[in-house]
Design a protein around this ligand. Sequence first.
Ligand code: 13P
Ligand code: SF4
Length: 314
Amino acid sequence: MEISDYIFEINKLRSKKNAVILAHYYQTGDIQDIADHIGDSLELARRARMTDAQIIVLAGVKFMAETAKILSPQKKVLIPDTEAGCSLADSCKPEEFKKFINDNPGRTVVTYVNTTAEIKALSDIICTSSNALKIIESLPPGEKIIFAPDRNLGNYIKSKTTRDIIVWEGTCHVHEAFSLEGIIKLKEEFQSAKIIVHPECELPVRMVADFIGSTSALLNYTKQSSEKVFIVATEPGIFHQMIKFNPDKKFIPVPPKDSTCACSECNFMKLITIKKIYESLRDEKFEIILEEELMEKAAKPLVRMMEISEKLNI
Ligand code: 13P
Ligand code: SF4
Protein backbone atom coordinates (compact mmCIF):
# COMPACT_ATOMS: atom_id res chain seq x y z
CA MET A 1 0.00 0.00 0.00
CA GLU A 2 1.13 3.59 -0.72
CA ILE A 3 1.15 6.28 2.01
CA SER A 4 -1.93 7.85 0.38
CA ASP A 5 -3.77 4.49 0.71
CA TYR A 6 -2.92 4.30 4.41
CA ILE A 7 -4.18 7.85 4.90
CA PHE A 8 -7.42 7.02 3.06
CA GLU A 9 -7.96 3.97 5.31
CA ILE A 10 -7.05 5.91 8.46
CA ASN A 11 -9.65 8.55 7.60
CA LYS A 12 -12.33 5.90 7.07
CA LEU A 13 -11.46 4.06 10.28
CA ARG A 14 -11.28 7.10 12.51
CA SER A 15 -14.76 8.27 11.61
CA LYS A 16 -16.25 4.74 11.72
CA LYS A 17 -14.69 4.04 15.13
CA ASN A 18 -15.02 7.54 16.58
CA ALA A 19 -11.27 7.74 17.09
CA VAL A 20 -8.96 10.67 17.48
CA ILE A 21 -5.24 10.84 16.59
CA LEU A 22 -3.12 12.94 18.94
CA ALA A 23 0.43 13.61 17.73
CA HIS A 24 3.42 15.15 19.48
CA TYR A 25 5.49 17.80 17.67
CA TYR A 26 8.39 15.34 17.44
CA GLN A 27 6.47 13.04 15.09
CA THR A 28 7.31 13.11 11.38
CA GLY A 29 5.57 15.74 9.23
CA ASP A 30 3.24 13.25 7.52
CA ILE A 31 1.90 12.12 10.90
CA GLN A 32 1.49 15.70 12.14
CA ASP A 33 -0.50 16.43 8.97
CA ILE A 34 -3.04 13.64 9.52
CA ALA A 35 -3.40 14.16 13.28
CA ASP A 36 -6.62 15.56 14.73
CA HIS A 37 -4.52 17.52 17.21
CA ILE A 38 -0.81 18.18 17.54
CA GLY A 39 0.90 19.61 20.57
CA ASP A 40 3.53 19.45 23.26
CA SER A 41 3.12 17.19 26.29
CA LEU A 42 0.79 19.60 28.11
CA GLU A 43 -1.46 20.21 25.11
CA LEU A 44 -1.75 16.48 24.36
CA ALA A 45 -2.70 15.76 27.98
CA ARG A 46 -5.39 18.46 27.77
CA ARG A 47 -6.76 17.07 24.51
CA ALA A 48 -6.82 13.53 25.90
CA ARG A 49 -8.77 14.74 28.91
CA MET A 50 -11.45 16.61 26.97
CA THR A 51 -11.99 14.51 23.85
CA ASP A 52 -15.39 12.90 23.19
CA ALA A 53 -13.84 10.19 21.01
CA GLN A 54 -14.09 6.54 22.06
CA ILE A 55 -10.56 5.71 20.94
CA ILE A 56 -7.39 7.78 21.30
CA VAL A 57 -4.42 6.84 19.12
CA LEU A 58 -1.37 8.44 20.66
CA ALA A 59 1.28 9.19 18.05
CA GLY A 60 4.04 9.86 20.52
CA VAL A 61 5.72 7.83 23.22
CA LYS A 62 4.38 5.49 25.88
CA PHE A 63 4.33 7.88 28.83
CA MET A 64 2.07 10.17 26.75
CA ALA A 65 -0.31 7.30 26.01
CA GLU A 66 -0.32 6.33 29.69
CA THR A 67 -1.07 9.95 30.62
CA ALA A 68 -3.99 9.95 28.16
CA LYS A 69 -5.33 6.70 29.69
CA ILE A 70 -4.99 8.01 33.25
CA LEU A 71 -6.86 11.21 32.34
CA SER A 72 -9.51 9.39 30.29
CA PRO A 73 -9.75 5.93 31.87
CA GLN A 74 -13.07 5.10 30.17
CA LYS A 75 -11.52 5.50 26.68
CA LYS A 76 -9.53 2.97 24.70
CA VAL A 77 -6.01 4.40 24.35
CA LEU A 78 -3.72 2.90 21.70
CA ILE A 79 0.00 3.27 21.04
CA PRO A 80 1.03 2.14 17.53
CA ASP A 81 4.40 0.72 18.71
CA THR A 82 4.99 -0.59 22.24
CA GLU A 83 8.73 0.05 21.92
CA ALA A 84 8.14 3.81 21.77
CA GLY A 85 9.66 4.52 25.18
CA CYS A 86 11.66 7.46 26.52
CA SER A 87 15.24 7.56 27.84
CA LEU A 88 14.24 10.24 30.34
CA ALA A 89 11.32 8.22 31.76
CA ASP A 90 13.66 5.19 31.91
CA SER A 91 16.17 7.16 33.96
CA CYS A 92 13.77 7.14 36.95
CA LYS A 93 12.90 3.68 38.26
CA PRO A 94 10.18 3.35 40.93
CA GLU A 95 12.24 1.45 43.56
CA GLU A 96 15.15 3.91 43.35
CA PHE A 97 12.81 6.89 43.31
CA LYS A 98 10.92 5.59 46.38
CA LYS A 99 14.25 5.39 48.21
CA PHE A 100 15.18 8.94 47.08
CA ILE A 101 11.87 10.25 48.46
CA ASN A 102 12.38 8.35 51.75
CA ASP A 103 15.97 9.63 52.03
CA ASN A 104 14.72 13.22 51.60
CA PRO A 105 11.59 13.32 53.78
CA GLY A 106 9.21 16.27 54.06
CA ARG A 107 9.60 17.41 50.45
CA THR A 108 6.82 17.91 47.91
CA VAL A 109 7.46 15.62 44.94
CA VAL A 110 7.12 17.46 41.63
CA THR A 111 7.67 15.26 38.60
CA TYR A 112 7.85 16.01 34.96
CA VAL A 113 5.17 14.32 32.82
CA ASN A 114 7.98 12.32 31.11
CA THR A 115 7.67 9.52 33.67
CA THR A 116 5.95 6.16 33.98
CA ALA A 117 2.56 5.82 35.68
CA GLU A 118 4.35 4.28 38.70
CA ILE A 119 6.48 7.41 39.18
CA LYS A 120 3.41 9.64 38.77
CA ALA A 121 1.70 7.62 41.49
CA LEU A 122 4.60 8.49 43.84
CA SER A 123 4.30 12.20 43.06
CA ASP A 124 2.40 15.09 44.64
CA ILE A 125 2.09 17.12 41.46
CA ILE A 126 3.08 16.71 37.81
CA CYS A 127 4.41 19.42 35.50
CA THR A 128 5.50 19.74 31.88
CA SER A 129 8.21 21.92 30.40
CA SER A 130 5.46 24.47 29.56
CA ASN A 131 4.33 25.00 33.12
CA ALA A 132 7.11 23.68 35.42
CA LEU A 133 8.26 27.01 36.87
CA LYS A 134 4.72 28.32 37.43
CA ILE A 135 3.58 25.03 39.00
CA ILE A 136 6.52 25.13 41.44
CA GLU A 137 5.91 28.79 42.26
CA SER A 138 2.23 28.07 42.89
CA LEU A 139 3.20 25.85 45.84
CA PRO A 140 3.17 27.45 49.31
CA PRO A 141 6.40 29.39 49.93
CA GLY A 142 8.73 27.46 52.20
CA GLU A 143 7.61 24.10 50.82
CA LYS A 144 10.73 22.08 50.00
CA ILE A 145 10.73 20.26 46.70
CA ILE A 146 12.06 17.15 44.97
CA PHE A 147 12.13 17.61 41.20
CA ALA A 148 12.43 14.59 38.87
CA PRO A 149 13.49 13.17 36.52
CA ASP A 150 15.23 15.70 34.22
CA ARG A 151 18.27 17.30 35.85
CA ASN A 152 18.62 19.94 33.14
CA LEU A 153 15.04 21.16 33.41
CA GLY A 154 15.34 20.89 37.21
CA ASN A 155 18.53 22.97 37.32
CA TYR A 156 17.06 25.47 34.88
CA ILE A 157 14.05 25.94 37.20
CA LYS A 158 16.38 26.21 40.20
CA SER A 159 18.15 29.09 38.45
CA LYS A 160 14.81 30.89 38.03
CA THR A 161 13.40 30.55 41.54
CA THR A 162 14.50 30.90 45.16
CA ARG A 163 12.63 27.70 46.09
CA ASP A 164 14.57 24.91 47.85
CA ILE A 165 14.73 22.18 45.19
CA ILE A 166 16.74 18.98 44.99
CA VAL A 167 16.97 17.42 41.56
CA TRP A 168 16.95 13.79 40.39
CA GLU A 169 19.81 13.03 37.98
CA GLY A 170 17.90 11.93 34.86
CA THR A 171 18.43 13.11 31.28
CA CYS A 172 16.98 12.88 27.80
CA HIS A 173 19.52 11.42 25.34
CA VAL A 174 18.26 13.75 22.59
CA HIS A 175 18.47 17.06 24.42
CA GLU A 176 21.74 16.39 26.22
CA ALA A 177 23.42 15.57 22.89
CA PHE A 178 23.43 19.08 21.38
CA SER A 179 26.87 20.50 20.71
CA LEU A 180 27.91 23.90 22.05
CA GLU A 181 30.74 24.02 19.49
CA GLY A 182 28.16 23.35 16.77
CA ILE A 183 26.06 26.30 17.98
CA ILE A 184 29.11 28.61 18.09
CA LYS A 185 30.06 27.69 14.52
CA LEU A 186 26.51 28.28 13.29
CA LYS A 187 26.34 31.63 15.09
CA GLU A 188 29.57 32.72 13.37
CA GLU A 189 27.95 31.94 10.04
CA PHE A 190 24.48 33.36 10.84
CA GLN A 191 25.32 36.28 13.11
CA SER A 192 21.85 37.75 13.55
CA ALA A 193 20.24 34.34 14.19
CA LYS A 194 18.39 33.74 17.45
CA ILE A 195 19.47 30.65 19.37
CA ILE A 196 16.41 28.89 20.78
CA VAL A 197 16.77 25.98 23.19
CA HIS A 198 14.60 23.45 25.05
CA PRO A 199 15.19 23.45 28.84
CA GLU A 200 16.11 19.74 28.74
CA CYS A 201 19.43 20.83 27.12
CA GLU A 202 22.63 21.01 29.17
CA LEU A 203 23.79 24.22 30.92
CA PRO A 204 26.46 25.33 28.37
CA VAL A 205 23.83 25.15 25.61
CA ARG A 206 21.22 26.95 27.75
CA MET A 207 23.79 29.66 28.56
CA VAL A 208 24.13 30.78 24.94
CA ALA A 209 20.38 30.76 24.28
CA ASP A 210 18.41 33.86 23.34
CA PHE A 211 15.25 32.02 24.36
CA ILE A 212 14.58 28.87 26.40
CA GLY A 213 11.18 27.22 26.29
CA SER A 214 9.05 24.13 25.88
CA THR A 215 8.42 22.80 22.39
CA SER A 216 5.30 24.94 21.92
CA ALA A 217 6.97 27.99 23.50
CA LEU A 218 9.80 27.67 20.94
CA LEU A 219 7.25 27.46 18.13
CA ASN A 220 5.43 30.55 19.44
CA TYR A 221 8.70 32.44 19.75
CA THR A 222 9.49 31.84 16.06
CA LYS A 223 6.03 33.13 15.13
CA GLN A 224 6.33 36.31 17.19
CA SER A 225 9.98 37.18 16.50
CA SER A 226 10.88 39.59 13.71
CA GLU A 227 14.17 37.66 13.26
CA LYS A 228 14.44 35.59 10.08
CA VAL A 229 16.98 32.91 11.12
CA PHE A 230 16.81 30.55 14.11
CA ILE A 231 19.37 28.07 15.43
CA VAL A 232 17.21 25.43 17.10
CA ALA A 233 18.27 23.02 19.87
CA THR A 234 15.41 20.58 20.24
CA GLU A 235 14.09 17.52 18.40
CA PRO A 236 13.80 18.43 14.69
CA GLY A 237 10.22 17.17 14.33
CA ILE A 238 9.12 20.65 15.44
CA PHE A 239 10.64 22.13 12.26
CA HIS A 240 7.57 20.95 10.35
CA GLN A 241 5.32 23.42 12.21
CA MET A 242 7.98 26.15 12.37
CA ILE A 243 8.30 26.10 8.57
CA LYS A 244 4.52 25.86 8.08
CA PHE A 245 3.85 28.94 10.21
CA ASN A 246 6.94 30.88 9.04
CA PRO A 247 7.56 30.05 5.36
CA ASP A 248 9.80 33.13 5.00
CA LYS A 249 12.11 32.18 7.90
CA LYS A 250 15.09 29.82 8.11
CA PHE A 251 15.49 27.12 10.79
CA ILE A 252 18.87 25.53 11.38
CA PRO A 253 19.19 22.37 13.51
CA VAL A 254 21.99 22.25 16.09
CA PRO A 255 24.16 19.19 15.40
CA PRO A 256 24.76 16.58 18.12
CA LYS A 257 28.17 16.36 19.88
CA ASP A 258 28.77 13.02 18.21
CA SER A 259 28.31 13.86 14.56
CA THR A 260 28.32 10.17 13.56
CA CYS A 261 24.95 9.53 15.23
CA ALA A 262 21.47 10.78 14.42
CA CYS A 263 20.91 11.42 18.12
CA SER A 264 19.23 14.78 17.75
CA GLU A 265 16.24 12.79 16.48
CA CYS A 266 14.30 10.90 19.12
CA ASN A 267 14.52 7.28 17.96
CA PHE A 268 11.52 6.41 20.17
CA MET A 269 9.29 9.08 18.64
CA LYS A 270 10.37 8.06 15.16
CA LEU A 271 9.23 4.45 15.69
CA ILE A 272 5.69 5.61 14.95
CA THR A 273 4.79 5.56 11.26
CA ILE A 274 1.65 6.15 9.20
CA LYS A 275 1.46 2.40 8.49
CA LYS A 276 1.62 1.57 12.21
CA ILE A 277 -1.10 4.15 12.96
CA TYR A 278 -3.30 2.47 10.35
CA GLU A 279 -2.66 -1.00 11.83
CA SER A 280 -3.23 0.35 15.32
CA LEU A 281 -6.65 1.74 14.33
CA ARG A 282 -7.58 -1.32 12.27
CA ASP A 283 -6.73 -3.89 14.96
CA GLU A 284 -7.24 -1.62 17.99
CA LYS A 285 -3.71 -2.36 19.15
CA PHE A 286 -1.69 -1.81 21.29
CA GLU A 287 -4.05 -0.94 24.08
CA ILE A 288 -2.70 0.78 27.19
CA ILE A 289 -3.85 -1.26 30.18
CA LEU A 290 -3.11 0.00 33.67
CA GLU A 291 -4.31 -1.26 37.03
CA GLU A 292 -7.26 0.67 38.45
CA GLU A 293 -5.47 1.50 41.70
CA LEU A 294 -2.35 2.72 39.88
CA MET A 295 -4.47 4.94 37.62
CA GLU A 296 -6.28 6.45 40.59
CA LYS A 297 -3.00 7.27 42.34
CA ALA A 298 -1.38 8.67 39.19
CA ALA A 299 -4.47 10.71 38.29
CA LYS A 300 -4.35 12.84 41.46
CA PRO A 301 -1.07 14.70 40.74
CA LEU A 302 -1.96 14.95 37.04
CA VAL A 303 -5.38 16.46 37.71
CA ARG A 304 -3.79 18.80 40.26
CA MET A 305 -1.45 20.03 37.49
CA MET A 306 -4.32 20.49 35.03
CA GLU A 307 -6.37 22.44 37.57
CA ILE A 308 -3.48 24.75 38.53
CA SER A 309 -2.59 25.25 34.85
CA GLU A 310 -6.18 26.20 34.05
CA LYS A 311 -6.35 28.58 37.03
CA LEU A 312 -3.08 30.27 36.08
CA ASN A 313 -4.03 30.24 32.40
CA ILE A 314 -0.80 28.50 31.33
P1 13P B 1 7.47 19.10 25.67
O1 13P B 1 6.63 18.47 24.65
O2 13P B 1 6.71 19.31 26.93
O3 13P B 1 8.19 20.33 25.23
O4 13P B 1 8.60 18.02 26.06
C1 13P B 1 9.62 17.70 25.22
C2 13P B 1 9.85 16.25 25.14
O5 13P B 1 10.96 15.82 25.20
C3 13P B 1 8.72 15.40 24.96
O6 13P B 1 9.14 14.13 25.00
FE1 SF4 C 1 11.94 11.08 25.91
FE2 SF4 C 1 13.79 12.77 25.05
FE3 SF4 C 1 12.44 11.31 23.28
FE4 SF4 C 1 11.21 13.30 24.61
S1 SF4 C 1 12.85 13.50 23.14
S2 SF4 C 1 10.43 11.22 24.28
S3 SF4 C 1 12.24 13.19 26.59
S4 SF4 C 1 13.81 10.53 24.87
